[in-house]
Design a protein around this ligand. Sequence first.
Ligand code: PPE
Length: 315
Amino acid sequence: MEEADFIWMNGEIVPWADAKLHVLTHGLHYGTGVFEGIRAYDGELGTAVFRHREHLDRLHQSAGLYCMEIPYSVEELRTATHELIAKNGLRHCYIRPLATRGYGVMGLNPLDAPVDVIIAVWPWGAYLGEAGKQDGIRAQVSSWRRFGGDTLIPHAKASGQYLNSILAKIETVRAGYDEAIMLAQDGSVSEGSGENIFLVMGGRIIEPPQTASVLDGISRRTIHQLAADSGRTVESRSIARSELYIADEVFMTGTAAEVVPVREIDDRVIGSGQPGPVTRELQELYEDAVHGRIEARRDWLDPVEVPAADLAAES
Ligand code: PPE
């Protein structure tokens, strides 16, 4: 990974290399943490964090779902993130807040363990590769199903839950594909290892419902609104595996991945094998929105003042 200079840790900004926790940190053993993935873009409003509050609200929500109280409010985390981006002199970056059960208690009851909170920022390019973003990726339906809502909590972005995605990701990269598509416990389409999924069929945009063990993605919500702005609606309904193969277009969305066309699934070509027109249109609208080029959607951006001195030091 590309390093930055500073990390925010429990209320203080410390040098990147000094941001350390004890080896008996509860979250390291049991995965008892919650996190977010956010991006800041360099666009029309300068450096700005995309849908910052929604991401921080979801962080608090994820914590609540695991009975964890984050000792910083959304507003405090928001200000801390601004300070951190400025201090690192980054004009665009990925932002990773993490709240994890800390040191002092072992065993499965986490309720008395302290909560450590960190925020890291660093430059992160195209998650599934630049070529994937342009030309589409090759995906595979995973043999690992997405965990059900009676096993863990799909709506929480919790550290330990990612072992499920990681099994799917390992399987798929070893088999030579770019990304895994996971099915829900009932065999219907759920989502990617780190992205939500959409199908385009006969001009209609379709996505799995909230009951299909998906994370309620913020990029996904952005697609809903951008689609609505251009006169389209998104239908949420159960999707059969075979519909993946007969869809005209398939694309995935996520903060890290952004909007990525899927050109092949299980070695079957999707549509023409090229990113389709609806995917392209939404991908462009997404790029415009995150860069502040859609005036009506500028309220999605939370601008950060990055001092010029630090920018000079960076280049
Ligand atoms: N599903 C999962 C399982 C998921 O991890 C993400 C984000 C999404 C859907 C899309 O959510 P949103 O970013 O709010 O649109 N995955 C994050 C973590 C990636 C990682 O490798 O770490 C991300 O995109 O930041």
